[in-house]
Design a protein around this ligand. Structure first.
Ligand code: HEM
Length: 387
């Protein structure tokens, strides 16, 4: 009988042995404790991602879903509504928009690195990755800078789960409400003074000649702020952790920064910050000798799929020359991450700048504190000693 606590600091610290047992012995596993199925094999997860009619996101895609989000955002609608919404937002994330934010991204990285000049140790998460991603998102949405700190704090809380229940607790719900109000004010202001930014374009957009529903605009903007800040910052921190733990890879990159994009893809495979997302079954599914019932919730464990030996050779080896085709670090299917281009660009710049200044760095903590979350896995603090 397999025993593990999916929602514990021990699991956060190293989920990979349990994932392996799940893949080998219980590929469709009913996690009795909270009543949810888990898919852990690459092939099953890809099947689910390509069949949204059976594996729906419309009841929410977070394992600890926030109130009212289901049915009202990109991540929590099914096609065709989802596809219309995605096309609208994707337009704003064009190559031109990306070129436009390259310079602010470089400048944000330099500002935060300058602030660390002379320090021998610092916290990569709170002194660098988080600051850089907040600056970038504020630039992208043209948001007033005076709110940066509080928006960042609320975004961090929103992605977390209550440490004990691993559902959203009072602190997370309060942060969500705060962010919804903040997004609401922002939307009202943009309606009065539209600009040429991602938010203004989205707010004024129409689908088949119809304006978007107010609730849809509000919750999508709220989610974009959360995802834009925390998904990216969390992943950068995981990437830095991998490089601190793999000196050969770090040295190779320091000698040749053009290796950064490949190393980043390997980190997205090896331990993506987006470990688990949820779907709900719209019909009965018979799989691996079991019947999963319509209405049952299901976790797609991307973090496990990426370590599936049926898909990737020597999956537990961190190899920056691997070029891991088809990894699920950004999910897949119709719900594949909208922010991939931004994330790849921002991460490349952030690490070019970082490693340019600090070719040598190492972790000072033997064990790391992890963000308590049912979906994400990233350190809440990563103290580095730089040489
Ligand atoms: C390296 C950083 C990031 C990682 C690892 C990541 C990961 C993911 C994953 C795994 C999904 C799929 C969720 C699902 O299956 O239900 C997703 C969806 C999404 N991400 Fe990201 N993300 C990152 C950065 C960003 C950024 C910077 C933004 C916004 C600017 C963003 C916005 C979104 C949105 C809106 C969706 C929903 C897309 C849809 O359902 O069609 N992400 N992300």
């Amino acid at each position: 009988m397999l025993k593990f606590n999916l929602y514990s600091p021990e699991f956060d610290a190293d989920p990979f042995p349990v994932y392996k047992t799940l893949r080998d012995e219980h590929p469709s596993y009913w996690y009795e404790e909270t009543g949810i199925w888990i898919y852990s094999r690459y092939a099953d997860i890809v099947t689910a991602l390509n069949d949204w009619e059976t594996y729906s996101s419309s009841k929410g895609n977070l394992v600890d879903e926030l109130p009212n989000r289901a049915g009202n955002t990109l991540g929590t609608t099914d096609p065709p509504r989802h596809d219309h919404l995605k096309a609208l937002i994707q337009k704003a994330v064009t190559k031109r928009a990306l070129d436009h934010i390259l310079e602010p991204a470089v400048s944000a990285c330099r500002t935060h690195l300058d602030a660390l000049a002379g320090e021998k140790t610092f916290d990569f998460v709170n002194d660098y990755s988080s600051n850089v991603t907040v600056d970038l998102l504020f630039y992208l949405f043209n948001m007033p800078k005076e709110n940066q700190q509080i928006v960042r704090d609320k975004a961090v809380l929103m992605v977390q789960s209550d440490a004990a229940t691993r559902q959203k607790g009072p602190a997370q719900l309060e942060a969500f409400e705060w962010m919804t109000n903040y997004a609401g004010d922002l939307i009202e202001e943009r309606k009065k003074n539209p600009g040429d930014d991602l938010l203004s374009n989205f707010i004024t957009a129409e689908i088949n000649g119809e304006k978007l529903k107010e609730r849809e605009v509000l919750l999508t903007v709220t989610t974009l702020i959360m995802a834009g800040i925390e998904s990216l910052s969390g992943f950068m921190s995981v990437f830095a952790m991998n490089l601190a733990d793999h000196a050969d890879a770090r040295r190779a990159i320091a000698a040749d920064p053009s290796l950064i994009p490949d190393a980043m893809e390997e980190s997205l495979r090896y331990n993506t910050s987006a470990q688990r997302f949820k779907r709900t079954l719209m019909k009965d599914v018979n799989i691996h000798g079991q019947t999963m019932k319509a209405g049952d919730p299901l976790i797609l464990a991307y973090g496990s799929a990426n370590r599936d030996e049926r898909q990737f050779e020597n999956p537990d080896v961190y190899d920056i020359t691997r070029k891991p085709k088809g990894h699920l670090g950004f999910g897949g299917g119709v719900h594949a991450c909208l922010g991939t281009a931004i994330a790849r660009m921002a991460c490349k710049v952030a690490f070019e700048e970082f490693i340019g200044r600090y070719p040598e760095f190492e972790r000072t903590q033997e064990t790391l504190p992890w963000v308590p979350s049912s979906n994400f896995r990233s350190p809440s603090q990563l103290e580095l000693r730089v040489g």
